[in-house]
Ligand binder design. Structure first.
Ligand code: CA
Length: 502
């Protein structure tokens, strides 16, 4: 994999880079649709001017971006599981975030209970993306936050899920601290370092007691692994998943000066974003330096929408504007995220697509890039993105499904199912069985609820949702009063609304 342009013919004779491109997936944690200087909206926003992400800009210039790209879910583990399995959170029955073994992290809700979901998250035994790549000769490298399987289960360890190399990944979804001087631990001083906690980041002892930010340590280790794979001439899959920009929101002081006008919390948040961008830049530079950029697919996205309900400065639920709400929510702020793909020879440089794509699409897309047939009898929900990059505009319906009450409160933060089809999105809130219908093309902020105005589309979208829930064997919330799963209300007449008293 170490050949310059003059030797390309010889490379093709040996191992075709077209058949075995390297794959880098940068899966940022909680990075919102507006947490970048790259405009994903159809006009620049104040957030695009606030944040400084020149390497994301570079990637978007050299690759293609998706304006309507989604995370599989509004919280961490379900999206991460969908990347590994190609299946939706509903089909995986990994519909919420995991932590302790056999322990439900769902917040208590007065009227609903979560269904019997996979409390332990991803476990060995099903076909997983890194394993499939490894079987084709790839070196598979995970760096950063894993959060696939619960503590004290096999799935807590990325090496049990098909990764040859695990840098700092385990069952927890946040670091105790971002600072090397804190040893990335929950305890923040020397007297605390003898007390371990489940939030301590494992495996980075080399950086303990040093003035280094967690994202920088992960970046350094990831670049070392890129160099090593290139030196060994093996194709590699790098899953670079920085713990940032998840809480605890802690500044990287190296970047603070640029954000002087912001309140302290938001300035710290902006430095977390910039640190991720610097890491992306270092990865791109390592690909250049090793001469493999032209034979490497690079994907940049996030595992859910930006945090906005709590823990931030500024106005709550407005950090993803013009999208509504944020992490945890059924609204677009919860699930629409940055999506950029640089794929030499496939993605048009500077391309801008409005096709709907979602995290589980990366499973068949990456397998296709690596010329690996998807495993038989493993039903998947993701779709190969390559035809879209080549100009196709396929019809599709994407189901979002979170039958759980999240820890914080805010707009759309309720147990829900939702479908996106064309420009329309229908949300079904399990608690009061209400439907909300939006046209995202004209109203990305979900401000104009259309179900009364457009009962025919309401009925059509309700039927689509029903089909998707059935075909993905989705488990709806359990009604505490009856002990039975919630059912979708029938829409009997096109001129009535389920809430109408008729
Ligand atoms: Ca997340």
């Amino acid at each position: 994999m170490m050949f310059g342009p003059l030797l390309l013919g010889a490379t093709l004779l040996a191992t075709s880079p077209e058949a075995n491109p390297n794959v880098v997936v940068v899966l940022v944690d909680d990075l919102g649709w507006q947490d970048t200087s790259v405009p994903f909206h159809d006009e620049r926003t104040p957030f695009n001017d606030r944040y400084h992400t020149p390497n994301m800009e570079r990637l978007a210039r050299e690759g293609a971006l998706f304006t309507d790209g989604y995370a599989s879910a509004p919280v961490c583990t379900p999206t991460r599981a969908s990347l590994l399995t190609g299946r939706s959170p509903a089909r995986n029955r990994i519909t919420y975030w995991t932590f302790d073994r056999n322990t439900d992290t769902t917040r208590r809700n007065p009227s609903l209970e979560a269904p019997a979901w996979n409390l332990n998250g991803v476990q060995p035994g099903v076909p997983l993306l890194p394993e499939l790549l490894r079987s084709k000769g790839y070196r598979t490298i995970h760096a950063g936050k894993a959060h696939w399987g619960a503590h004290d289960t096999a799935g807590a360890d990325p090496q049990a899920l098909g990764f040859d190399v695990n840098i700092a990944g385990h069952a927890s979804g946040a670091p105790g601290s971002y600072l090397g001087t804190h040893r990335f631990m929950n305890g923040k001083s020397a007297s605390d370092f003898s007390r371990s906690s489940k939030w301590d980041v494992p495996g980075l002892e080399r950086y303990h007691d040093r003035e280094i930010y967690l994202t920088e340590a992960l970046q350094e280790r990831a670049v070392e692994e890129i160099d090593r794979a290139c030196s060994d001439e093996v194709p590699f899959f790098l899953h670079f998943a920085p713990y940032a920009v998840h809480t605890p929101i802690m500044a990287n002081v190296r970047h603070l000066e640029r954000y002087e006008g912001l309140d302290r919390k938001e300035a710290a948040y902006a430095t977390m974003i910039e640190s991720v961008d610097v890491a992306l830049g270092a990865i791109l530079e390592a690909l250049d330096r090793n001469g493999v950029a032209e034979e490497t697919v690079v994907v940049f996205t996030s595992d859910n929408g930006g945090l906005s309900a709590h823990g931030r400065g500024g106005v709550a639920h407005r950090h993803n504007a013009p999208l509504r709400s944020g992490k945890g929510s059924a609204y677009e702020g919860g699930v629409r995220v940055p999506w950029i793909i640089r794929w030499p020879g496939v993605a048009e440089s500077g391309g801008r697509h409005d096709a709907v794509v979602v995290t589980q699409d990366l499973f068949p897309t990456i397998l296709s890039a690596a010329s690996i047939d998807p495993p038989r009898d493993h039903v998947i929900d993701g779709r190969d993105i390559r035809p879209v990059l080549e100009g196709a505009t396929p019809d599709r319906t994407v189901l979002f499904h979170q039958p759980h009450t999240w820890g914080a409160s805010g707009p759309g933060i309720e147990p829900f199912s939702a479908v996106r089809s064309g420009p329309l999105k229908l949300i079904f809130f399990h608690g009061d069985r209400r439907f909300e219908l939006y046209d995202l093309e004209s109203d990305p902020g979900e401000t104009m609820e259309l179900s009364r105005r457009n009962p025919q589309e309401l009925r059509r979208m309700r039927d689509l949702m029903h089909q998707e829930l059935i075909s993905q064997q989705a488990q709806l919330s359990i009604d505490r009063s009856s002990g039975l799963p919630v059912v979708l209300p029938a829409i009997i007449r096109s001129d009535t609304h389920p809430g109408d008293d008729t």
